[in-house]
Write a protein that binds this ligand. Structure first.
Ligand code: PMP
Length: 295
């Protein structure tokens, strides 16, 4: 598959309230967001013309910005509309959306009080985050070198660019060793999340998932928990130690990009993608396309 660079594509990007041709949606090298990671973003998907949990994503973007002391110069309703308009302008009804807000170039330094807050929305066709053949078998993960930091160390609930530094390093190391992704522990040693998705485990028909007290409480995670509970599953949110992984039979990860993806291995622990993971993955796929008649 040839890789088309993201700055060399056709289409339209919504930038600060206007559509600009894709290749012209540029920032200057002296941009605060680039130097100091003063950027927050979202990842969401449109399925069959409707963006799944659009307002929840937009509200999280605003919350992330607020945590970073950035005031987005639009309303949630305006960004919601801009997300829909950007899909329409690009002729897409099934797409991945990437809204981002960042500090501009007025000041370069730790203090950035007078920087303008910019917002852009780009959308593109992105069928599957993990390769379809890996998805079917379950992805293989190693343990990440870095840990999710304490809420006293970083603003852990913001979907902020800076928090992805340790994710990219960990994912690169995993890929170098032939794994698809890396599972991160938290600062206390509990199982946290992968570099871009939340994790669930199954034991004796009960679903267990780490308590998101120092990492992103994903919108897919929350939707999946609701879906599973509606179907009568018991879902337990709690701290999970890595040693406990030997007691779980199934495992899957969730995320707007990853959707619901079975996991075959995390480090020394193996799982067999089974009925529960596969049926939840299938139900999630039908739910986002509004084809699931809920109980
Ligand atoms: N954790 C991390 C680190 C992520 O990047 C993502 C993807 N945004 C998630 C969890 C899952 O979040 P969501 O379901 O809201 O996409």
């Amino acid at each position: 598959m040839s890789l088309v660079p993201f700055d060399d594509r056709d289409g339209w990007i919504w930038l600060d309230g206007q559509f600009v041709p894709w290749r012209e949606a540029k920032v200057h090298v002296l941009t605060h967001g680039l130097h100091y990671a003063s950027a927050v973003f979202e990842g969401e998907r449109m399925y069959g013309g409707e963006i799944f949990e659009l307002t929840a994503h937009t509200e999280r973007l605003f919350k992330s910005a607020e945590i970073l002391d950035m005031e987005i110069p639009f309303t949630v309703a305006q960004i919601d509309q801009a997300c829909k308009d950007t899909c329409a302008k690009n002729g897409l009804t099934d797409a991945y959306l990437r809204p981002i807000a960042w500090r501009g170039s007025e000041m370069i330094g730790v203090s950035a009080q007078n920087t303008r807050i910019h917002v852009a929305i780009a959308v593109w066709d992105w069928p599957s985050y993990f390769k379809p053949e890996e998805r079917a078998k379950g992805i293989r993960m190693c343990w990440a070198k870095y840990k999710r930091p304490s809420p006293e160390t970083e603003p852990v609930h913001a979907k902020a660019a800076g928090l992805y530094m340790i994710c990219t390093i960990s994912k690169h190391a995993a890929e170098k060793d032939g794994f698809t992704d890396a599972m991160m522990l938290d600062y206390r040693g509990y199982v946290a999340e992968s570099t871009g998705s939340n994790v669930f485990f199954i034991k004796d028909g009960v679903i267990h998932t780490p308590l998101p007290d120092c990492f992103l409480n994903g919108i897919t995670r929350q939707s999946l928990i609701k879906l599973a509970r509606r179907q009568g599953f018991e879902v337990v949110e709690r701290h999970i130690l890595p040693e406990e992984l030997s007691t779980f039979s199934e495992c899957f990860v969730t995320g707007s990009a990853a959707e619901v993806t079975p996991v075959a291995q995390i480090g020394e622990y193996s799982f067999t993608p089974g009925n529960i993971s596969l049926s939840l993955a299938d139900d999630y796929a039908r739910m986002v396309r509004r084809q699931l008649v809920s109980a």
